[in-house]
Design a protein around this ligand. Structure first.
Ligand SMILES: [Zn+2]
Length: 164
């Protein structure tokens, strides 16, 4: 049975799993129709990045009865969570406020598919200052630049000449 997690922060919280391309978004705490409660598949409860968000108290596990109550009051089930390409998620930073915690894929090269270090949790406001890179790749930060896509959104991309 998927676990209910409640967002305790005053801003939206987003978790993405690069492997399954699952993106789960929590509305700010106290959302009137319960959208600050989301259900997370069992296999993701072991995800190190999700555990970090829980340990920081941003997402709080709630018991089954409370989870059902939230569902009845309008929350969606986890299966309704939208899926998106990891890069599309990055482009959504323009819609976030500075203090929103988001989990984004490391932009560094050569991450194995099942590497738990491949996701980085950052404040959305910091994402425009430095590319999301894991500890192994922070030294590559100078090789990245913010580019504007055709639709006018900003995203990090490797510089052409960097050769990384
Ligand atoms: Zn990395």
């Amino acid at each position: 049975m998927p676990k209910g997690l409640e967002n305790t922060s005053s801003g939206p919280t987003v978790f993405s799993d690069p492997q399954s391309k699952l993106v789960i978004e929590w509305a700010p705490a106290g959302h009137p129709t319960g959208e600050h409660v989301r259900f997370v598949p069992d296999h993701l409860m072991d995800d190190i990045n999700l555990m970090r968000v829980i340990n920081r108290g941003i997402l709080k596990p709630i018991d089954e009865a409370a989870a059902r109550e939230a569902l009845r009051s309008g929350g969606e089930s986890w299966s309704a969570a939208q899926t998106a390409q990891a890069t599309a998620h990055l482009e959504s930073i323009d819609n976030k406020t500075e203090d929103d915690m988001i989990s984004v894929p490391c932009q560094g090269p050569g991450h194995p598919k099942d590497d738990p270090a491949a996701s980085v949790i950052v404040k959305a406001g910091e994402l425009s200052q430095a590319p999301p890179l894991c500890a192994h790749h922070t030294h590559l930060a100078d090789n990245f630049e913010i580019v504007q896509t055709a639709s006018g959104k900003r995203r990090w991309a490797r510089k052409e000449a960097a050769g990384v």
